[in-house]
Design a binder for this molecule. Sequence first.
Ligand code: SF4
Length: 344
Amino acid sequence: MNLIDWLDKPYYSLNAYFKNTYGEKIYKIAVNAGLSCPNRDGTLGSRGCIFCSRGGSGDFAVDMSGLDIETLNDKDYDKIMNSTDYVSRQIEAGITKFNKAVGDKFIIYFQAFTNTYGDIEYLRRIWTEALSHKDVVGISIATRPDCIGDEVVYLLRELKEKYCCGDYVNDLSGKDKSFDKFIWIELGLQTIHEKTAEYIRRGYHLSVYDEAVKKLDDIGIPYITHVILGLPYETSKMMLDTVRYVNERKPFGIKLQLLHILEGTDLADEYRKGKFEVLDMESYISLVIECLENISPEVVVHRVTGDGPKKILIAPIWSKDKKKVLNTLHKRMRELGAYQGMKV
Ligand code: SF4
């Protein structure tokens, strides 16, 4: 274990990674690119994954004056899609919200819905908009493994060559600086177990995840895999098996997300009918510790808690106090002498 690199945490957090790489904290601005998802637009299904809220997991995206892509009429939707500064406006709004007091480097997180699922020229434009912004050090693109087609792979490779090769000069900054930017892909896997995948209506098989990982590895695009802990009917062993499986493929990062029951989802209906229970805080902490022990020390842990929108959270209520959850986790790991990778 290297406590210096990990900033005194018993695992390699995203903050520690940024501090090691840039010498300072990098702030995340979540944007909504106005894209849809094959699990919602009728291609694979229309009700989405069973846990997915109306915001398509993008509930923290910058609020664009109440703009709600889902309720726009066709004309307004086309206007947004054809606007050349839709993403830039969100980036500026996000930076203004942070008021620059926190620092001057940002990561743009394409979070809501499936951010590789759209017209390739539109994707080129929005990713380029973000990557060429003077205060942006990189972008992270949340998507589904079944939405990494050839066109997307070529585009990622093209942008990587342009922005991530060390010779990109950010001439908009007015300063003479040249540095790499990064492009990360975030893959929503959630579980390796087909029965659970069917229950949550994920809409693709595990082999699709492996194919996406291979494609990204081949072009050298780092990826972060999302895993949900606490999915209905999964045992601790099943969740641990998922984490081990992901770790064996050597991802750049992993996100451990506590299952949240959100208002307006089909999962909320199941929960209210008493079909399953959510994890209590103690069980969750024990589980996360075990997961961390089974994740290689160089894998960046992007999240260890839930991070859902509090106003529509039904359960587990204890997860609203994120600080308490994190403090308890860190304290417990120190007491146990546990740390990331100790069982790998
Ligand atoms: S793939 Fe993502 S955006 Fe689509 S329904 Fe599932 S959770 Fe929601």
